[in-house]
Design a protein around this ligand. Sequence first.
Ligand SMILES: *Cc1c(COP(=O)(O)O)cnc(C)c1O
Length: 427
Amino acid sequence: MNFENTLEFATKLDNADHLKEFRNEFYIPLLNGKESIYFTGNSLGLQPKNVQDAVLAELEDWANFGVKGHVHSRHPWLSYHERFPEKLAPIAGALPAEIAVMNQLTTNLHLMLTTFYRPSGKRNKILFEAKAFPSDEYVLTSQIKLAGLDPEEVLIEIKPSEGAHTISKESVIDAILTEGESLALVMLGGVNYYNGQVFDMEAITKAAHEVGAYCGFDLAHAAGNIKLNLHQWQVDFACWCTYKYLNSGPGGVGGVFIHEKHATNKELPRLAGWWGTNKERRFKMDKDFDAIPTAEGWQLSNAPVLSMAAHFASLEIFERAGFDRILAKSSALTGYLIYLLKEILKNGGKSAFEVITPTNDEEHGCQISLLMKENGKHCFEMLEKNGVIADWREPDVIRIAPVPLYNSYRDVFTFCKILEHAIHIKA
Ligand SMILES: *Cc1c(COP(=O)(O)O)cnc(C)c1O
């Protein structure tokens, strides 16, 4: 598309936007008494207006039915989690039987590692990316220690090459092939939380399988943000949170994907709980665990209905908007942002910042990360003073994420004007 650097043009794009009405379905936080430019949907997605009624309905049913709500509430709590796999299948690119909604992200990563990190003999290494989210790193190092091994020896960290900000696909694949038979698991973020880079999950999975390793992804920054085809890519497992791009509320319930070829295998070792056992026999309370032959077989506990109610309400919006249409707008909206940032760089902004997110379409989602070269903190404060809610990562990165369901082209345009102004006013 040929973009133009004018407010008229941004307004024209908004008027032509098929998803523009969806902004009204969210509460937009105020800053200084005015609707903010909310660019932190990659950290906590906004509240959809339908969430309150959905949660209230469960509270009412609890008040009215007490324990009988497990069976008699509008959406019986006994099977509440079963509402999700169909709704998430298009977002994850998965079969419903490969999806379970349960726990939270870090817990789920531990559950998946327990199944998919089974070091034996020489095959004991895990490959992951440098600057992964700290929680992921804690999961990996603690799992390695639990297995009686030394993270210094078996955790292989892959870094960007000298002077680069992102990790090339080739270097990931090279590292996998180099480690070869010593590799037990490859685990990366599908979208890096820091620089916004999207990894080629299909190619990486294929390389991992070639050397006989499992391959899993943390999709915290990918779920609801980019096109996923987990089933077809043969990914072994993936986990995500739902409070970022999936707008399901702070600390919301998490999601997992376990490929059909594993999910159906009742013999796979796992940490088990009563919600993962054969439903016919669950309430017989017998002592033998009989895994459900789907991703549900990894569930531990009965459904956290209140947070699930919020998640379900949010997913209804994704369904109504259509995930493909959301992705198409995302590509145009972030494309416009990249175009405007390049205009600022052309007009004397080069000394102020650098875009460290890859700018080709396949390698980014909504999020763009700016490495601030001078007065970064000051610029960030100027953004906030002028109504922008963005994210500051020490020491020098501003992350911004225009989200297609509730951000507008006008938001993007106005943000860039504020940024341009801020970088020309010295601290
Ligand atoms: C957001 C995020 C987390 C947060 O984990 P929780 O268990 O949901 O608190 C973990 N890993 C990554 C990569 C994230 O982006």
